[in-house]
Design a protein around this ligand. Structure first.
Ligand SMILES: [Zn+2]
Length: 139
């Protein structure tokens, strides 16, 4: 617990308005609020790439995965609508879009997971922080 508080102080000290952390929190909130299109739009602007397409329904020969990115069509496919509200999945697939140049698929699964995790952790940090604030004194 003590460690957590120190970590949050560290975040606060290095934060500026509209910085990367704030951006990440916003993206995760948008996806959770089912505004995935808007999140993709903002991400694409932020990283200065064209926005990928979003499609519910998987291409053939993909097996049981919940989502995938097809570089040829620049499309993020998700198996069902629920997956559109999953920040980890959307951000993981967006990373593949980001790392795809000239049709070549670059970037590893590990990197895609780390990219998505960075956003989710930013959101969790801010969620913890506001939770502590609304709880007021007592802990
Ligand atoms: Zn992947």
């Amino acid at each position: 617990m003590h460690f957590l508080i120190q970590k949050e102080k560290g975040w606060k000290a290095t934060l500026k308005p509209n910085d990367e952390h704030t951006f990440k929190v916003k993206i995760v909130k948008l996806i959770l609020a089912k505004s995935t299109d808007e999140a993709i739009e903002l991400l694409s602007n932020y990283y200065n790439v064209s926005a990928p397409h979003l499609k519910v329904g998987m291409p053939r020969q993909v097996g049981k995965k919940g989502a995938c990115y097809v570089s040829g069509t620049k499309t993020i496919h998700v198996r069902n609508r629920d997956k559109l509200e999953d920040p980890f999945i959307i951000l993981h697939e967006f990373y593949h879009h980001l790392r795809t140049h000239g049709g070549k698929h670059r970037g590893t699964e590990r990197h895609a997971n780390a990219f998505a995790q960075g956003f989710v952790e930013a959101f969790q940090t801010s969620a913890n922080y506001s939770f502590r604030v609304t709880r007021g004194q007592g802990e």
